[in-house]
Design a protein around this ligand. Structure first.
Ligand SMILES: [Fe+2]
Length: 323
């Protein structure tokens, strides 16, 4: 059993999607603000955030297991986790090799699967933070932006992948592999119906979120990208809307993780999320158990459909009403 971050995880390095409409997916990724990166394999389209976190896109092909997304249609094909060094990869290969297939790809990525059959990749992290000037705010009596106009964002330029959310039949069961085998830590939870987990004690509030879904089976729900501040969330979202892409939820602010967000429906089988100002935590963070009620999804959101008392957003897909 893994304890702590014995594999020295760094975060989500990349996510591979298999999609039914490759051109549409590539257009969305570019509009999202990711940079197209020519790849050595013409079948794999690669888009990167500023720090090098990447989205890989291939055409879905049900005849090929490695191109068949979890849940069918368009969706998640593989989550690639970063680790600090080669020794961590070797330790992972030994741990996972006890009860499942592990193999190294030609580029050194270690491939395996979790207990739900989600393909996992592990590689020495290539993400490199790129410095930038953080937003300065003029709070009453504490001005930090003097004689300078505020930055305007016409488009978003996502800095990094933050987290991935996956709908499952049993979130607690899905999380077990990550906690017991990989040493992930539960940051917050909705009882056993939604678990936010981080891959290392210090850093992001969560890198992966499993939630009980109304739709049976395992499905990609959303992928979140960090942007610099709430203004970039809004600027990026307005740009997406101007190009005809549809809002899934937002803009708004999450109750859990504190992030300002705007989700868009995507051609990847779920939504993509701009996120700013998420909680960052250390080993001193105390996980809380929240009631799995719809309104816990956000502290506030514009454009909510409230008429039935529920909120439009990912957690409204939880099956808590049935429990
Ligand atoms: Fe999210």
């Amino acid at each position: 059993m893994a304890t702590g971050n014995s594999f020295r995880f760094t975060g989500v390095e990349g996510v591979r999607f298999a999609v039914e409409n490759l051109a549409e997916a590539c257009r969305f990724a570019a509009d999202w603000g990711l940079a197209y990166q020519p790849s050595s394999d013409p079948e794999v389209k690669v888009f990167r955030a500023v720090d090098g976190s990447e989205v890989q896109v291939v055409c879905a092909d049900p005849a090929l297991p490695e191109r068949t997304p979890i849940g069918g249609g368009s969706g998640l094909c593989q989550i690639i986790w970063g680790v600090e060094d080669q020794a961590s990869l070797a330790a992972l290969a030994e741990e996972l090799g006890r009860d499942r297939k592990v193999e190294y790809g030609t580029d050194g990525t270690l491939h395996s699967v979790d207990d739900l059959g989600i393909r996992l990749g592990f590689r020495v992290a290539r993400r490199k933070p790129v410095n930038y000037e953080v937003t300065r705010y003029n709070a009453p009596g504490q001005a930090e932006r003097i004689n300078r106009r505020a930055q305007v964002y016409k488009v978003a330029m996502p800095r990094e992948i933050s987290h991935i959310a996956i709908g499952v039949d049993d979130a607690a069961e899905a999380a077990r592999f990550y906690v017991e085998r990989l040493g992930f830590i539960v940051s917050d939870r909705y009882a056993n119906r939604g678990l936010f987990m981080r891959c290392s004690a210090s850093g992001n509030h969560h890198h992966v979120f499993f939630m009980n879904a109304r739709v049976p089976g395992t499905h990609f729900n959303h992928l979140a990208f960090k942007v610099r501040d709430i203004h970039e969330v809004i600027g990026g979202g307005q740009h997406l809307e101007s190009l005809g892409w549809s809002t899934f939820a937002g803009p708004g602010r999450h109750t859990i993780s504190s992030a300002c967000f705007w989700y868009f429906q995507s051609p990847f089988g779920g939504s993509w999320e701009y996120a700013a100002d998420e909680d960052m935590v250390t080993e001193e963070w105390e996980a809380q158990d929240f009631a799995a009620v719809s309104h816990i999804f956000s502290e506030w959101t514009f454009g909510l459909e409230k008429s039935d008392g529920t909120l439009k957003g990912p957690i409204s897909h939880s099956k808590e009403q049935k429990l």
